[in-house]
Design a protein around this ligand. Structure first.
Ligand code: BTN
Length: 257
């Protein structure tokens, strides 16, 4: 059983928030909790101090205590086919960017698959870990890191914060509540039937869509291409110089910008 100092607050009617003073990773914690107990749908874990935050592709996620948001959301699904699981990624990214746009954070876009950018700089990251049962997604642990009030990012020239991009200091709790409310609302009754509608909305917010860009493959070679959108399973669709449309998975290509 996991031991922690936690306060469970009921906001709205169904939402449980577990606030931890410190934890290695809110995603790891919530995943473990979901394994060991029957977690109420829409449970949230948040901490002020993440000692070993995890990012995509085995990268770490570093954040400053009291200046950023690091939290994970737990969501169950009734009927969501595994091959359409990218819809979760799209909906979560869209839920976040809607909030940031409403807060007047400038030039917001989504860098595939789910980096949140303001004026080409990363202000938020998402790590989604799905638990599957047969052909469906049973539940999802959705980890979100938002750089809110940081004013410097040492050796990270492509990172920024909401404060740096707007000149405004935000209240962490307010940004958190807005994101939780909007993302959970969008995830409710989610079904693969919404996939193509979401795909269109997601693509309209996609960074560098229809722009000639440079891509790098894992062996270090580079090529030019144009992002056309995403495939039916959420791969990045790039039109290459010889006019082919190629679909890439996350490990296969990196956008240089
Ligand atoms: C990325 O851009 O690589 C994803 C970063 C996700 C970071 C968040 S912070 C809260 C949650 N707990 C983790 O360990 N990671 C996610």
């Amino acid at each position: 059983m996991i031991r922690h100092n936690s306060v469970i607050l009921n906001i709205f009617i169904v939402l449980n928030i577990i606030k931890l003073n410190a934890i290695d990773s809110t995603n790891s914690y919530l995943k473990q909790l979901a394994k060991e107990t029957f977690l109420q749908d829409e449970t949230v874990v948040i901490t002020n101090h993440q000692t070993s935050g995890r990012g995509q592709m085995g990268n770490g996620w570093i954040s400053k205590d009291g200046e950023s948001l690091t939290f994970s959301m737990f969501k169950r699904f009734d009927c969501l086919l595994v091959e359409r699981q990218f819809i979760i990624s799209m909906v979560v990214s869209l839920g976040i960017i809607e909030v940031l746009k409403a807060l007047n954070v400038p030039d917001i876009s989504i860098k595939w698959p789910n980096d949140i950018l303001s004026a080409k700089k990363k202000v938020g990251g998402i790590l989604i870990e799905n638990v599957l049962e047969s052909t469906s997604v049973k539940y999802s642990v959705i980890g979100i890191g938002i750089n809110v009030n940081e004013t410097s990012f040492l050796n990270l020239p492509q990172a920024s914060s909401l404060k740096l991009e707007t000149g405004i200091a935000f209240t962490l709790e307010e940004v958190l509540q807005l994101i939780l409310k909007n993302v959970f609302k969008k995830l409710q009754n989610l079904s693969e039937k919404n996939f193509f509608e979401m795909k269109q909305y997601y693509e309209s917010n996609l960074f560098k869509k229809e722009t000639v860009s440079v891509f790098e493959t894992p062996d270090g070679s580079r090529f030019n291409g144009i992002i056309k959108g995403i495939s039916e399973i959420g791969e990045l669709s790039v039109k290459t110089e010889n006019d082919d449309l190629q679909n890439f998975q996350l490990k296969e290509v990196k956008l240089i910008y």
